[in-house]
Write a protein that binds this ligand. Structure first.
Ligand code: ZN
Length: 88
């Protein structure tokens, strides 16, 4: 199936159409492959340093959440519930 859009020169676009009938240039849906490529490129743009930073932030957030849950468990005396939550 070809794209339903027209090119700059007024001719029918000859690109392969996506699910909605248009190619990626004419507002078509990005293919899974294109999306994956974009994600991969975005990830590749991050240097290993940046990646470590992001991981650090994630781990920091996790620790804060766990700490808060633990404090809440201490206050409510529901350590069992906390352990159950942790094992989820
Ligand atoms: Zn097109």
């Amino acid at each position: 199936m070809l794209c339903k859009g027209t090119t700059k020169s007024g001719r029918q676009c000859r690109n392969k159409a996506t699910a909605n009938g248009y190619c990626h240039l004419h507002g078509g849906l990005p293919s899974k492959k294109a999306m994956r490529k974009e994600v991969e490129e975005a990830f590749a743009e991050m240097t290993s340093e940046r990646r470590t930073e992001v991981d650090g932030i994630k781990i920091g957030c996790m620790l804060i959440i766990i700490l808060l849950a633990f404090v809440l468990a201490l206050i409510t005396g529901d350590i069992g519930g906390f352990l159950k939550w942790m094992s989820m």
